[in-house]
Design a protein. Structure first.
Length: 459
């Protein structure tokens, strides 16, 4: 439970404790022949009971039914009823004692049900980008002082006119070891978690997709004490003194997520300096809230690096249909080439990029006895084509369908990019954030030239 919500609930308990003391005092001084005093006390008992019921309702809204606190609150309300019934009788002192004791039970149950822990919520939207948050979640989940929730949020494709298109929710696509919280059952505004982590910085400024507007960073900022943004990508490291290189990453640094977050965690200290240089040049020394960029941007490293460096082939599950392509007749493995096609090349080169993909397939088809092509296109390619290059969509889908049906190579559209990185022996394809990850493996990397078409080459 978050600090803010816990403090509010503790204030209610304190009010109930003070009310119980008032009841105890009034009952001890109650005169049997003073009906007006009895009537006032009855009214006060009713008010306290209403407070206890509202308190129980609030707890059930936050945590559902079945908490020990609510059970003890129900018993407390029964004690209030017995106090009212026993006014004017010899049982009054006993019922008052029971009420005081029951109030202690409410307090103790609350402390056990809601220990003083930080409540942290992770809000991924695409399962394929979960690796940008996973190692931070694992650390929070293992911390006895934290309650960590993973709550995938819905998102939409965008139509060419900017309106919302297809609705997506990928809560079922996360690893089995990640417990998922349903976004419909967790109210961020009411729960007010201590921290919220996001990896989507664009809000309404992405031309291809958008998370549900309820989860734009300007709203999330109001629902937590600390909004933390960690990019879902890693960038080529650039020299902060090279203006051209710095300008090339400017669009990644000046986003709504960066502006609205309380903390921004980037991949390295060098990239931190690049962010700071860009942001100070565009905004001055501080953000809108007066926070210095030097305090806000932290170069703690990307969780994506953690995932790649800590995963081996023994850790990954390889589908049977992949193994049929990977293994030779003698049981040995073919070499596996991770072919990555991104968004930028497709948007920049249009039809030429499609010709390049066909040419790559032709080449690796001829080498299939010794080499496996593992094609992993960017997960937003289809959405991007619909939104920004609709004239290419049908041809791209035809290429993809043919590749899948021929079944000589692997088509990987799973959320797990780390599996492809760990499984493969070399990288070939577009320049993208995946290259920075692949470099951590020490395996060969070759960038494709879209205009270079190979007719016949032997590996």
């Amino acid at each position: 439970m978050s600090k803010v919500v816990r403090e509010r609930l503790q204030q209610t308990i304190q009010c109930m404790e003070e009310a119980t003391q008032v009841i105890e005092k009034k009952c001890s001084n109650l005169q049997q022949d003073k009906e007006p005093e009895k009537q006032l006390l009855t009214e006060f008992l009713t008010e306290v009971q209403d407070l206890a019921i509202a308190f129980g309702t609030r707890i059930e809204q936050l945590r559902g039914i079945g908490t020990r606190t609510v059970t003890e609150l129900e018993s407390y309300c029964e004690c209030l009823f017995h106090v009212n019934e026993s006014m004017g009788s010899l049982k009054l002192s006993d019922t008052i004692a029971n009420l005081v004791k029951q109030m202690e039970c409410v307090r103790n149950a609350f402390e056990k049900d809601f220990p003083n822990k930080k409540e942290i919520v992770f809000l991924p939207y695409k399962a394929s980008m979960w690796d940008s948050l996973e190692s931070v979640w694992k650390a929070a989940d293992a911390d006895s002082e934290c309650e960590a929730y993973v709550m995938p949020i819905p998102y939409y494709d965008k139509n060419p006119d900017g309106t919302f298109g297809t609705f997506h929710y990928e809560g079922e696509q996360y690893p089995d070891y990640v417990p998922i919280t349903d976004y419909k059952e967790y109210n961020l505004e009411k729960r007010h978690p201590d921290k919220i982590y996001i990896h989507n910085p664009y809000d309404d400024c992405n031309f291809v997709t958008t998370v549900d507007p309820e989860y734009y960073s300007n709203k999330l900022h109001m629902y937590t004490d600390e909004l933390v943004y960690i990019p879902y990508f890693v960038l080529d490291e650039v020299d902060s003194s090279n203006k051209i290189a710095v300008d090339s990453v400017k669009s990644y640094c000046i986003t709504k997520g960066v502006m609205n977050a309380d903390k921004v965690i980037v991949q390295s200290e060098n990239m931190r300096q690049v962010y700071i240089k860009i942001l100070e040049g565009e905004m001055g020394k501080t953000d809108y809230a007066g926070v210095k960029w030097t305090d806000k941007i932290l170069g703690l490293g990307s969780p994506k690096f953690d995932k790649v460096c800590n995963t081996t082939r023994a850790d990954i599950e390889i589908p049977d249909e992949w193994m049929k392509i990977i293994q030779k007749s003698d049981g040995s493995w073919k070499k596996i080439v991770f072919y990555n096609t991104g968004l930028s090349s497709l948007l920049h080169y249009d039809e030429q990029m499609l010709r390049k993909i066909r040419n790559v397939f032709k080449f690796f088809y001829e080498q299939q006895n010794d080499v496996v092509l593992l094609w992993r296109p960017h997960p937003l390619i289809e959405s991007t084509l619909v939104s920004m290059r609709p004239h290419l969509y049908d041809e791209y889908e035809k290429i993809k369908k043919t590749y899948q049906e021929e079944n000589w190579g692997i088509y990987d559209d799973s959320p797990d990019v780390d599996r492809a990185i760990v499984l493969s022996d070399a990288y070939y394809g577009d320049k993208s954030s995946v290259v920075e990850l692949y470099m951590k493996t020490g395996k060969p990397i070759m960038m494709q030239n879209v205009y270079w078409m190979e007719e016949r080459t032997v590996l």
